[in-house]
Design a protein around this ligand. Structure first.
Ligand SMILES: [Mg+2]
Length: 324
């Protein structure tokens, strides 16, 4: 399959729902953002051998690439608008592989109401890489930031933590003896993150600081603290666990590290002033999404993890560093 039939047969249908894409027939996209809104722009890239093995279903790969970007839009309180896709393909790509990759995108475009607006496809002498730039909109001046945590805020997290990092361990055959339902849950959490779009949009006016957890809870909490000039205390026993992760930890407490320092959670981490806590409970009910208070913002700097007695726990790893 050559570049031009790839564009006309596989990519153009993905751009049909967004007029600004000009049907992918011009040199660039052109569109006017909705009046009274800011554009929120984010980019993530994935590389074979680092983020995936190359043996995965290409549809899942495409969905994960799109969803990790959507998670960044959610963290800023933005509504998805469109995306740009760059593919770096190592050799004459299999048309079936490309078609399956596009199927994954098409499915998620419908689910998240976002469309392809442009991009590029090139050959590389290295491994397969892909990069996606997602655009969203937020009412002007209302983007959620990491730098607004205040002393006394409660710290909340959505969903459950550690599922994805343990899902990766499972995929890499580093965990065994799990019940089939737990295996399925962990693998799905690894391959298909659930960007918390509705939550992100609702946190405007309620949350102080917001970010998505992609590289480990403690490390990402540290980013909020650094940006805000605060410290944080997190209670390990309050961290929300799925049934699968709770069972694994009951057998092997060393696996706690996957919960507070494992990557790929794509849950939202946010801080809320005391008078807004009741609103978070109501939001949890209305969204049908677990929202758990896990600690407090305090004066000073750094992140402390505590046990049930309030004693600081030693932490050897806080998260994932892509260049370490
Ligand atoms: Mg992020």
């Amino acid at each position: 399959m050559d570049e031009f039939s790839f564009i006309s047969d596989i990519l153009k249908p993905l751009a049909r729902g967004f007029a600004g894409s000009l049907g992918l027939s011009d040199d660039a996209a052109v569109f006017t953002p909705p009046p009274g809104h800011d554009l929120v722009v984010t980019k993530d890239a994935i590389s074979e051998g680092i983020h995936f093995t190359g043996q995965e279903d290409p549809a899942l790969l495409a969905q994960k690439l799109l969803r990790v970007n959507l998670s960044d839009l959610a963290a800023m309180g933005a509504t998805p608008l469109c995306y740009f896709l760059a593919l770096m393909l190592p050799q004459a790509p299999q048309p079936e592989w490309l078609a399956r990759f596009a199927e994954g995108l098409a499915q998620d475009q419908t689910l998240y109401n976002i469309h392809l607006a442009g991009g590029d496809t090139i050959a590389t002498r290295g491994f397969f890489c892909a990069s996606l730039t997602a655009l969203g909109t937020v009412p002007a001046g209302k983007a959620l930031r990491r730098n607004a945590a205040q002393t006394g805020d409660q710290i909340y997290v959505s969903g459950t933590l550690g599922d994805s990092a343990l899902g990766l361990a499972l995929v890499q055959n580093r965990l065994d003896g799990l019940p089939a339902a737990d295996r399925h849950w962990l693998e799905e959490r690894y391959f298909l993150p659930q960007p918390r779009m509705a939550l992100g949009e609702k946190l405007a006016g309620t949350a102080h600081a917001v970010m998505d957890i992609s590289d480990g809870l403690l490390q990402d909490m540290g980013h909020i603290c650094t940006a805000s000039g605060t410290a944080a205390v997190i209670d390990r026993h309050r961290l929300p666990l799925s049934q699968a992760v709770a069972a694994l930890i009951a057998n092997n407490p060393a696996l706690w590290e996957y919960v507070f320092a494992g990557g790929d959670d794509y849950e939202l981490l946010f801080t809320v002033p005391a008078d807004k806590e009741a609103g978070i409970e109501a939001l949890s009910v209305s969204l049908g999404l677990r929202l758990t208070a896990i600690g407090n913002i305090t004066e000073g700097s750094g992140v402390t993890l505590r046990d049930e007695q309030g004693q600081a726990l030693p932490v050897s790893r806080t998260g994932y560093n892509h260049l370490a």
